[in-house]
Design a protein around this ligand. Structure first.
Ligand code: PRP
Length: 213
């Protein structure tokens, strides 16, 4: 397990991640193509998010000798924030197939933009594990902070948020929260509009994957 410094933001700015993000942003991208592009981009973001994960150094015998190798010291925990984060889960599991999984369901109230929790299905003790929260959107930061509160209440100390796109307001809110957190994100956009949507963003990642609620 690694321990994040207080607050660390890593923007993954790679030509290939930018091409997938462009497809996600494009208003012409339909639900099916959006899900596909989100999955492909998510595997790259999760891969980057795991860069600092702790491994045990082990030797492995090849057909012609012994090579240094590595295995993860502990199972990470992936926590998609429903609904939109579901579209990142399979990609994360492609990176670490035997990860544990927890679920948080949070819907943002359309009037107030405040998070409403409708599901929390999480391992009881997260004190020994690295936890990766999966949510494509970081707007006001309310949903993510609510999720981090749930995780911290179960002992989580090593938490990483994996997001596709965010607003500076959301990052500022995360930094102002008490949580030690690492953020791995595809892009930080200009800001929020009056309805607390990320501008230019990509719309509502839940609706664009699954249709309107
Ligand atoms: C969206 C998004 C985040 C949240 C971000 O979810 O997926 O969870 O809003 O906004 P915030 O940073 O201001 O909290 P939404 O509430 O639209 O639910 P959905 O994923 O079910 O569409």
């Amino acid at each position: 397990m690694t321990t994040a410094s207080t607050f660390d933001v890593r923007v993954v700015d790679h030509p290939v991640t930018r091409t997938w993000l462009t497809i996600l942003r494009d208003e012409r991208t339909d639900n099916s193509a959006f899900r596909s592009a989100l999955s492909r981009l998510s595997s790259m973001l999760v891969y980057e998010a795991l860069r600092d994960v702790r491994v045990d150094e082990i030797d492995v015998r090849t057909p012609v000798g012994v090579a240094p190798g590595a295995r993860l010291t502990a199972q990470p925990v992936f926590v998609p924030v429903l609904r939109a984060g579901l579209g990142m889960l399979d990609a994360a599991l492609d990176v670490v197939p035997d990860a544990r999984i927890g679920f948080v369901g949070v819907a943002r109230d359309e009037e107030t933009a405040l998070p409403f929790e409708y599901l929390a299905s999480l391992p009881e003790d997260l004190s020994q594990q690295s936890v990766y929260v999966l949510d494509p959107m970081l707007a006001t930061g309310g949903s993510l902070i609510h999720t981090l509160d749930l995780l911290a209440a179960r002992g989580a100390r090593d938490m990483t948020a994996v997001c596709v796109v965010g607003a500076p307001e959301g990052l500022a809110a995360l930094e102002a929260s008490d949580h030690r957190l690492r953020v791995v994100i595809g892009a930080v956009d200009d800001g929020l509009d009056d309805a607390s949507f990320i501008v230019p963003g990509l719309g509502d990642a839940g609706d664009r994957q699954f249709g309107p609620r």
